[in-house]
Write a protein that binds this ligand. Structure first.
Ligand SMILES: [Zn+2]
Length: 447
């Protein structure tokens, strides 16, 4: 027991320590631009405009309203995701789901699938008010143009996918739990490794369920050639045939681009909204950022970090579930770990952990996003007239499209930001000049 606790704590510490270490490697040019951005943010009022990214008075007021609503929505959603499970357990609804599932059939597979079907549908119904409000908000602010019918179809697909994948995972988990009642969390961690790798490998195919794609070369030959230059500069080995345009404009007005999958599923995806709304050099800047994730091995680093985080999380889930079942199992009518109802108890542990670990995950993510910004600007140097202007312009376009408040409170960035605040990124892009005398680029030798 001692050893296990030690191993889990150690793996978690490695993850924690790797976050500040990323800052230790900051170059002089990067430091200067980071200081510039921090000073700009600190010297302007929170909720207002910044010199390097500002909105018109009307848009700023819309952005402030949207921001307040979104923060409230995140808080309500997080609290509700934990509270609804507590209520379902306390009111005996989970016990009832288990009874229905067990009556359906003597076969374990049917029981597991039935239990998780009821559990998923009830969860969907309980989350519906928040998701309906969220889509309504996106429509009102013009962030989404997706019809309610198409939105409902996407929800149905997600629930179907969640049910199939969830049932398979639950059957696997219950099998492992029967084999190793006291060490299931280690055994499940071991099997989760190939599952995680496989899911990232197939992730590009999931996109086909929701969006349409066409080859980038079909209508954007020149852009494809420019992107190819960035790809070649980073020795990424992605041929033109594996670059696609995603028809995001069918659903949203926001912009993006990414590098997905790995090995034979590796590909470049640019949203058509990005191409339609941004200047060509800004699209290249966005792509430069995305190629940074790829070249700097962020997918691989993310996978390794997730192994450590999952290890630690499963251990805590094991402890929490065991404690809750011992303490409340009789009240909830869920006698032990082998009962289908234990799925809800595990989910409750997972929701609590998710709440606690999200700020840590965001910190790791922000460090990677910042590195990708630095890489992106250096990668497009020499390929666009002015990398600083191109990246800053891209940030401003991204911010305007999603009504991002230019100067947000620092605590929001720390707790909720998967990316550094847009205002900070725009200011950094404006100031980052590693080609100036006395400085050197971080990832490419001086050209
Ligand atoms: Zn990114």
């Amino acid at each position: 027991m001692r050893l296990r606790a030690l191993a889990a704590t150690l793996s978690f510490s490695v993850v924690l320590l790797s976050a500040p270490l990323a800052h230790a490697s900051e170059t002089a040019a990067e430091h200067a631009a980071n200081v510039y951005a921090a000073q700009e943010l600190a010297s302007h009022p929170i909720g207002g405009n910044l010199p390097d990214y500002s909105l018109s008075p009307a848009d700023l007021s819309r952005a402030q309203h949207l921001h307040t609503t979104e923060i409230t929505l995140v808080a309500v959603d997080t609290a509700w995701s934990i509270l609804q499970l507590v209520l379902l357990l306390w009111l005996g609804v989970v016990g009832w789901m288990r009874d229905v599932a067990v009556r359906t059939s003597p076969f374990r597979w049917v029981q597991g699938a039935a239990f998780f079907a009821i559990f998923t549908v009830v969860g969907l119904a309980l989350d519906l008010p928040i998701s309906l409000y969220g889509h309504n908000l996106a429509l009102r602010y013009g962030l989404s143009v997706q019809s309610w019918g198409s939105w409902a179809a996407d929800q149905a697909k997600s629930v179907g996918l969640e049910w199939i994948i969830g049932t398979l995972l639950i059957m696997l988990l219950f099998w492992v739990t029967r084999k190793f009642p006291r060490r299931w969390w280690i055994a499940f961690w071991v099997v989760s490794i190939p599952i995680t790798i496989f899911s990232i490998f197939v992730s590009p195919y999931i996109g086909f369920l929701y969006n349409k794609y066409e080859p980038l070369t079909k209508n954007h030959a020149q852009l494809a050639q420019q992107i190819k230059q960035v790809v070649d500069k980073g020795h990424m080995d992605i041929p033109l045939e594996r670059m696609y345009v995603m028809q995001a404009s069918a659903k949203v007005t926001t912009m993006n681009a990414d590098v997905e999958g790995f090995g034979s599923t590796k590909r470049v995806v640019v949203w058509d909204t990005t191409i339609n709304k941004m200047k060509p050099e800004e699209v290249i800047a966005v792509f430069g950022h995305e190629s940074g994730h790829y070249v700097l091995n962020h997918i691989r680093t993310g996978i390794f970090r997730s192994f450590a985080i999952v290890f630690f999380s499963l251990w805590l889930m094991f402890l929490m579930t065991r404690w809750m079942l011992a303490r409340f199992g009789a009240t909830w009518k869920i006698p032990d770990q082998s009962d289908w109802g234990a799925v809800a108890v595990l989910m409750l542990s997972a929701s609590i952990l998710n709440f606690v670990l999200t700020p840590l995950g965001n910190t790791l993510s922000r460090n990677m996003e910042h590195a990708a910004d630095v890489y992106g600007m250096e990668a497009i140097h020499g390929l666009v007239p002015d990398p600083q202007q191109a990246m800053q312009g891209a940030m401003i376009d991204l911010g305007k499209a999603s009504f991002d408040v230019p100067n947000t409170a620092h605590w929001e960035e720390v707790l909720l930001g998967s990316h550094p605040a847009l205002g900070r990124r725009a200011a950094f892009a404006h100031a980052y000049n590693p080609w100036a005398p006395g400085y050197a680029p971080k990832y490419f030798p001086k050209q």
